[in-house]
Design a protein around this ligand. Structure first.
Ligand SMILES: Cc1cc2nc3c(=O)[nH]c(=O)nc-3n(C[C@H](O)[C@H](O)[C@H](O)COP(=O)(O)O)c2cc1C
Ligand code: SF4
Ligand code: SF4
Length: 253
């Protein structure tokens, strides 16, 4: 077995690594940003594949990874984990349908409510204590799911017709265009930027570069919120206009 994930701000990485620890010792997890990820999938039959839900859908970077590597999924047994702040309907189902199309068997699905990572939306913010409790609850659910998978009774959250309907009509139809393409909406406040380059090296899309000592975007953002949540000057926003909290998993453990 191998773990493969995408994680903007750490929630999904935390969840997949916990799952693997509870399932079996010494199982590694690779980010899709890691060059070794594709080879790791080729070498293993059982794959735990995890990602955060964006607008009730997969992040564009995840969708592109699966499509680009479609030939390596045939014959795999895949357990899908989707992390989310509130609701997704069929978060795990989004990737599961693609995997099935490319010849894999989807053996289960797990939906995990984790701290919201959208640092520039005040309405979504919870207290540190509330976020800590979310993580603890998810950890319990991860343990149970891993044990049930070992017993041959994996959960099937997000998979199947009714989950699909809930995801489609609950949210995705209204927001579909948000995840169809990469975004060019990232805003960098030039006056605040000190040109430290932290955002440039953090970006999984190579969407940021320094020009005349200031960060600039290239219009290919997968909306992972890594740069927003790590900029030391809080100079970057995406969906909102001001950074209210820089959300990273370490704050809530
Ligand atoms: C652009 C964007 C859209 C999101 N949309 C949803 C959503 O539709 N439903 C939901 O429950 N959470 C949503 N979230 C919250 C994330 O899914 C959640 O915080 C996730 O655990 C982040 O994982 P990560 O830390 O691995 O990146 C969204 C986050 C972002 C950045
Ligand atoms: S992390 Fe912030 S301050 Fe540093 S280069 Fe990027 S935008 Fe500028
Ligand atoms: S620009 Fe920022 S939010 Fe967009 S993909 Fe890069 S790190 Fe993520």
């Amino acid at each position: 077995m191998v773990g493969i994930y995408f994680s903007g701000t750490g929630n999904t990485k935390f969840c997949v690594e916990k799952f693997l620890t509870f399932y079996e010792n010494n199982v590694k997890a690779f980010s899709i940003e890691d060059r070794q990820a594709v080879e790791a999938i080729k070498r293993n039959v059982e794959v735990v594949f995890a990602y955060p839900v964006y607008f009730s859908n997969m992040p564009k970077i995840v969708c592109d990874f699966i499509n680009r590597n479609r030939s390596i999924f045939s014959g795999k047994k895949i357990f899908v984990i989707a992390t989310m702040g509130l609701f997704s309907g069929d978060g795990a189902g989004c990737a599961a349908r693609l995997f099935i199309k490319y010849g894999a068997e989807v053996i289960g699905g797990l939906h995990l409510k984790m701290p919201d990572c959208i640092g520039d939306e005040k309405a979504l913010k919870k207290t540190k204590e509330q976020n800590h409790l979310l993580v603890i609850k998810s950890q319990d659910r991860i343990k149970k799911a891993a044990e049930n998978l070992k017993l041959g009774k994996p959960p099937r959250q997000g998979l199947g017709f009714w989950y699909h309907m809930a995801g489609l009509f609950g949210q995705r139809l209204w927001f579909y265009r948000k995840t169809m393409n990469y975004s060019d909406k990232l805003h960098i406040e030039k006056d605040k930027c000190i040109g430290c380059g932290i955002c440039v090296s953090a970006c999984p899309m190579d969407n940021l570069a320094l020009q005349s000592g200031k960060a600039q975007q290239k219009g290919r953002c997968t909306m992972c919120y890594r740069c927003v949540n790590h900029c030391p000057k809080q100079a970057i926003t995406l969906l909102g206009k001001k950074v209210y909290e820089q959300c990273t998993i370490e704050k809530y453990l």
